[in-house]
Ligand binder design. Sequence first.
Ligand code: NAD
Ligand code: MG
Ligand code: MG
Ligand code: MG
Ligand code: MG
Length: 340
Amino acid sequence: MAELFYDDDADLSLIAAKKVAVIGYGSQGHAHALNLRDSGVDVRVGLREGSPSREKAENEGLKVRGVADAVKEADVVVVLAPDQVQRHVYADEIAPNLADGATLVFGHGFNIRYGYIKPKDTVDVIMVAPKGPGHLVRREYADGRGVPVIVAVEQDVTGNAWPLALSYAKAIGGLRAAGIKTTFTEETETDLFGEQAVLCGGASQLVQYGFETLTEAGYQPEVAYFEVLHELKLIVDLMYEGGIAKQRWSVSDTAEYGDYVSGPRVIDPHVKENMKAVLGDIQNGAFAERFINDQDAGAPEFKAARAKGEAHPIEATGRELRKLFAWVKPSDADYTEGSA
Ligand code: NAD
Ligand code: MG
Ligand code: MG
Ligand code: MG
Ligand code: MG
C-alpha cells in the first residue's frame, strides 16, 4: 500500500522559513509561485530576459528576477522551466549560483531520471509533482482544495529533505488532497506512460479515429463531435467519482452492454502489446533521447506533429460548435494565446 500524507503530517513553518525561487512561470510555475505566496512563503520568480511571463508575474505582485539572481537569493530553487530546457538553465544559471545546503525542487523527474541534470552533491534534491495541470493546481488551491501530489527525495545531504518536501507539498495545497511517496524513477516512468498511452496519446487518437469513422460514413461532423469528444468529459467525470463501475451504472444498459461487447474489439489485446512497447521505450530511455534530440534540432518532428494535429477537421468543428454552447465558457482564446 502506498504511503499517504495529509496536511497534519507536514509542518508549514519549514518552507515558510526559506527563501524560494520558482524558475519559470508557465503552467506549473505560476501555480506553485502563487500558492506558495498565499501560504505565506517568501517567493520570487526567476525568468529569462525578455520573458513574456514577466508582466504576468509582476501583475500578480510577485517579485521577478533574472534566473541567476533569483537563485542567488534563494535557499530553495524550484525548476519549472520546460523539461527540454532545464538542463541548460541548470548548467548555465542555477548550478553556478546554488549555495551548498540548498534544495532543488522538481515538478517532474525527467532530467534526473535520464541523467540530463546531475545535481551537485552538496544540495538536497526533491520532487513535488502535482497530478494535474498547473491551472487546476492554482484554481483548486484558490477554492480551498488541492490537487494530489507525489513526493520524492533523490538526494538528502542535510537530513531534512523529506520534511521540507512535505512542507512544500502542503504550501502548494497538495496535502489538502493527499501526497503519495514515490521515487524519481517511478514518477518519471509512470507519468510518461500515463500521458503517452492513455491520457494524451491514447485518448486523443481514440477520439480522432472515432470522429473520422463517423464523418467518413457520412454523419454530420457536429453530431460526431458531441458523440466522441464532448461526452467524453461527462463519462470521465463519472469514472473520476466512482471508477469505471459508476460510469457503467449511470449509462443505459444498452451502452453498458455495448461497452462489454465492443470495447475489447476496438482496444484489442494488440493495443496492450503496443502499450508494453511504449513502456519499454520509456524505461530504456529511447523516448527521452528522441524527444531531446528533436528539441535540440529545433523540434522539427514535434512542430510537424503539432501542425498536423491542429489541422485535423475535429478542431475546426469544435471551434465553431463551442461558440454556440451556452454552458461552456469558451476558452479557445486563452489557448490560442498560449495558456502557459
Ligand atoms: P510551461 O511550458 O508551461 O512553462 C515553462 C516556463 O518556463 C515558462 O514560463 C517559460 O517562459 C519559462 N522558460 C522557458 N525557458 C526558460 C529559460 N531558459 N529560463 C527560465 N525560464 C524559462 O511548462 P510546464 O508545463 O509548467 O512544465 C514545467 C515542469 O512541470 C516540467 O518539468 C513538467 O514536466 C512539469 N509538470 C507540468 C505539468 C503541467 O501541468 N503542465 C504537470 C505536472 C508536471
Ligand atoms: Mg502527468
Ligand atoms: Mg508529464
Ligand atoms: Mg446502467
Ligand atoms: Mg504545454
